[in-house]
Design a binder for this molecule. Structure first.
Ligand SMILES: O=C(O)c1ccccc1N[C@@H]1O[C@H](COP(=O)(O)O)[C@@H](O)[C@H]1O
Length: 216
């Protein structure tokens, strides 16, 4: 089984970025959502992006953001991909992909089989769907350390590339990979010591657990 690609989301410091690179993560996520404890300004993201150049992919996370905010972040942080984590429709996702000419990932919150079935409506509009947990009303739409029933996406064979997010930690990611056979895992709060504070040791442990999950 090929090793799942790793995305470490919510990178807001140089130390966290270096830890993700050392751990051989494929993608670093920058959160552009002011309500998040992981929010970065376009200026902060630009400095991190400069350091990331050629070493790790740069994914910008947005929640129902407007074109102006996305445009500023794409240009400043030279993003390789947009991760849409709000209620963006397939039409909106396709419009952003056409406008910015970079990969678009759509996060879909999952609690039932109907939720995973929604992924098909994004075929042709996005490059990847990211299955994540539903979060309670009035809280952040992600980054809460909540997971969902992984059986709902086990061996998912849809028309789009996919990944798994939601409550993944160094302790449970190997089990998640074995059960679902996901090609990509995304974590944020699971590799933190406090909300918004990335822990280099936990990032390394997460990556080792991901690689270990392929050796069976
Ligand atoms: O990380 C955030 O603060 C965040 C805010 C708003 C939407 C999504 C957010 N994070 C993403 O949520 C999933 C799951 O996170 P966790 O591992 O359960 O903490 C992941 O894709 C994060 O990138």
């Amino acid at each position: 089984m090929p090793t799942a690609a790793i995305k470490i989301c919510g990178i807001s410091t140089g130390d966290a970025l270096e830890a993700a690179i050392r751990a051989r993560a494929a993608h670093a996520g920058f959160v552009f959502f002011p309500k998040s404890p992981r929010n970065v300004t376009p200026g902060e993201a630009a400095a991190l992006a400069e350091r990331a150049q050629g070493r790790i992919g740069r994914v910008g996370l947005f929640v129902d953001a407007d074109d102006a905010a996305i445009s500023e972040a794409v240009a400043g942080a030279r993003l390789d991909a947009l991760q849409l984590h709000g209620s963006e429709s397939p039409e909106r996702a396709a419009q952003l992909r056409a406008r910015f000419g970079i990969a678009v990932w759509k996060a879909l919150s999952v609690a039932t089989a109907e939720d995973t079935a929604r992924a098909a409506s994004y075929a042709g509009a996005v490059d990847l769907v990211l299955f994540d947990a539903k979060t309670p009303k009035g809280t952040l739409p992600g980054g809460m350390g909540l997971s969902f029933d992984w059986n709902l996406v086990a061996n998912w064979k849809g028309p789009i590339a996919w990944g798994l997010a939601g409550g993944l930690t160094p302790d449970n990611v190997a089990e998640a990979i074995r059960l679902t056979r996901t090609p990509l895992v995304d974590t944020s709060s699971g590799v933190e010591s406090a909300p918004g504070v990335k822990d280099g040791g936990r990032i390394q442990a997460f990556a080792e657990a991901v690689r270990g999950a392929s050796d069976f």
